[in-house]
Design a protein around this ligand. Structure first.
Ligand SMILES: [Zn+2]
Ligand SMILES: [Zn+2]
Length: 152
């Protein structure tokens, strides 16, 4: 009788050891972002060869799976957190628009919101197209606010 408590403690300890060694560890792996992968081949040239860009997700947000017009705009880029490296588009319409994709790609490449570094990257990607779309024009439009969570 005097050993019952000790024995049960020992048993619990051994059970814990067994559980730690023999039970598979819970998988921390995120769900595969496969929906966007098939599309990688169809990405336009300007979107190729960027290791930061993992893919473009069309028809919804890769993180939420849905589309909220109020918070998501027509397209956005995930610069951090789950979904990092992905651009989400509401529909093919946004994907087919170079200015929109370059805007979002610049977010992915710089990892930044609407700041000066992003604007310079965006204008570089435009590579002479849309001459009206300059860094000062972007500065006027976005004011280069640095504290912005969601980028669109
Ligand atoms: Zn998204
Ligand atoms: Zn943006």
């Amino acid at each position: 009788m005097l050993n019952t408590k000790m024995m049960s403690q020992e048993l619990v300890k051994r059970l814990k050891q067994l559980m730690n060694t023999e039970l598979p560890k819970p998988k921390k792996k995120r769900k595969p972002l496969a929906e966007a992968e098939g599309l990688a081949k169809e990405l336009p040239d300007f979107m190729q060869g960027h290791k930061e860009l993992l893919g473009v997700h069309i028809g919804g947000c890769i993180v939420s799976g849905e589309w909220d017009d109020k918070t998501m705009g027509s397209a956005h880029a995930h610069c951090n957190g789950y979904g990092k490296g992905y651009i989400c588009c509401k529909s093919m319409k946004q994907f087919e628009k170079d200015t929109t994709m370059k805007h979002e790609l610049a977010h992915i490449l710089t990892g930044k919101g609407h700041v000066l570094g992003w604007a310079k990257c965006y204008v570089d990607l435009l590579n002479g197209d849309h001459k009206w779309l300059t860094v000062p024009w972007l500065k006027n439009k976005y004011g280069f606010k640095t504290r912005k969570k969601k980028t669109d």
